[in-house]
Ligand binder design. Structure first.
Ligand SMILES: Cc1ncc(COP(=O)(O)O)c(C=O)c1O
Length: 450
């Protein structure tokens, strides 16, 4: 029944019977009118929101999307690319969540609550390790969702993963100037830039489908390694159980520090959720997390869990960095988590992003001759896919042709230190499923034109 309702609303939008901005009835009202359960209506609204046909703002109801492109007719059949200049523009830069899905009304309620309820009132000065209430809330979340045995005193609130990395790098550089730090290749350039800015020497270490090459970390003779075990960026590899054990063994043998960037851990779609590396042994792992992918990268809110031996030094490094998220926002997030809002939001976004990923993969499959969707690895989680290009393709030329066709994509070489086979990194976090076919058609055209 929810599929019939979804189809009926979709058709009404396509035929213009429901125009941009049109307010739909509440799920309760429509369910009563149709004589069905609210679940049926909610399912239809969630599906159409994920497809980009509807926009749901907490507190202001569900409306037909304002963006006329989203409401445009279906993408060209069979992937045919029309010769007109692109009417749509698809921004597939990876790493960007859909900030239009930010739970604004719930967030504002939390902020209002902490600013007006005397039981929550923020301290005048920000405590250096973060608001105690948030440290406890994050600790409870990490125990429950990431399997890390911590309490509030173990958690330091940061402005995000890069801020945590800057603190780690400063501490490492103060004990051994120009110490080597293994970084994933390919990997997110920001963390290695932060390490280098603190005076450390980044050493690229290759990544394969099982994650970072731990033997190569051993051979590199480094003091630390930075890696993303839950979902490596951009390969999408999940660090295998053997390599997790080997990495921890390397750290306890050499006294090396493992910096765990818990990237994309919340958005795992296939298979069981995978616990954090810090859950297997905290003695050598600095665990870094943030809300940059789950809520909004502009909030600048994250956390760091130091190994006991580095706790004092890392706390001092964060405290003297002169940066920290606003205390009202820290408490608003604590309230959001404690009231169940964060889990609800994660469930909703997991579902939305999974639909977007599936739409893009299906569309790539339909245009498979050019982009080899069968070879797309690391797609069980996250907000992007890394799509191999035919051998010999010129990534930059493909990206240039795509830009001319209205698609912004990033070449894999943006994230590599040593050369790798050509590929594109495509973020689907903001790609409505209704546009996926259009994007895949553009991609096929950009490849065949070359
Ligand atoms: C691999 C990786 N880790 C972590 C982050 C989050 O960084 P931050 O919390 O500093 O926003 C990003 C953001 O793009 C990223 O690409």
């Amino acid at each position: 029944m929810h599929e019939r309702l979804t189809g009926a609303i979709r058709a009404a939008i396509a035929q213009g019977r429901l125009g941009p901005g049109h307010l739909l009835p509440s799920s309760r009202a429509l369910a009563t009118e149709l004589g069905c359960s609210r679940w049926v209506v909610n399912e239809a609204y969630v599906q159409l929101t994920a497809e980009g046909h509807l926009e749901t703002r907490q507190g202001s109801g569900t409306r037909v999307a304002a963006d006329p492109a989203v409401c445009a007719a279906a993408p060209p059949a069979g992937g045919a690319v029309d010769p007109e200049p692109p009417a749509w523009h698809a921004d597939l830069r990876p790493g960007a969540p859909d900030v239009h899905q930010f739970p604004a009304a719930a967030w504002l309620r939390c902020l209002h609550h902490v600013l007006t309820d005397p039981g929550w009132s923020p301290p005048v000065f920000a405590p250096p390790a973060g608001a105690p209430r948030l440290r406890q809330t994050v600790a409870a979340y990490l125990r429950r969702a990431r399997g890390i045995p911590v309490d509030g005193d173990d958690v330091v609130i940061t402005c995000g993963t890069s801020h945590g990395m800057a603190a780690v790098a400063r501490v490492l550089a103060s004990t051994a100037a120009e110490a080597g730090v293994a970084v994933e290749d390919p990997g997110w350039f920001r963390l290695r830039e932060v390490a280098a800015a603190a005076g450390l020497r980044p050493e690229p270490v290759a990544v394969d489908e099982h994650g970072i090459d731990v033997r190569a970390v051993g051979r590199a003779g480094v003091a630390a390694v930075v890696c993303a075990p839950a979902h490596q960026f951009p390969t999408g590899a999940l660090l295998s159980p053997e390599r997790r054990r080997a990495l921890l063994a390397w750290a306890s043998r050499t006294g090396g520090v493992i910096v765990e960037d818990d990237y994309d851990a919340e958005f795992r779609y296939d298979g069981r959720p995978v616990g954090a590396l810090a859950g297997l042994g905290r003695d050598h792992v600095v665990h870094l997390g943030s809300v940059s992918k789950t809520l909004h990268p502009g909030l600048r809110l994250g956390w760091l869990v130091p190994p006991p031996a580095l706790r004092g030094a890392l706390l001092a490094a964060v405290a003297t960095s002169g940066a920290g998220p606003g205390v009202p926002e820290q408490l608003a997030f604590a309230h959001f988590v404690e009231s169940g809002g964060y889990d609800r939001h994660l469930r909703r976004m997991r579902r939305t992003y999974r639909l977007r990923r599936d739409a893009l993969l299906h569309a790539l499959h339909d245009h498979g001759r050019a982009v080899r969707p069968d070879a797309v690895p690391g797609i069980a989680a996250g907000l992007h896919v890394t799509v191999p290009l035919p051998p010999g393709s010129d990534e930059h030329a493909v990206v240039g042709r795509l830009a001319g066709l209205g698609v912004t994509a990033i070449p894999l070489s943006r994230y590599t230190i040593r050369p790798r086979p050509p590929a594109l990194v495509l973020g689907f976090g903001r790609l409505s499923p209704s546009r996926a076919g259009w994007v895949a058609g553009r991609l096929a055209a950009a490849l065949t034109d070359g």
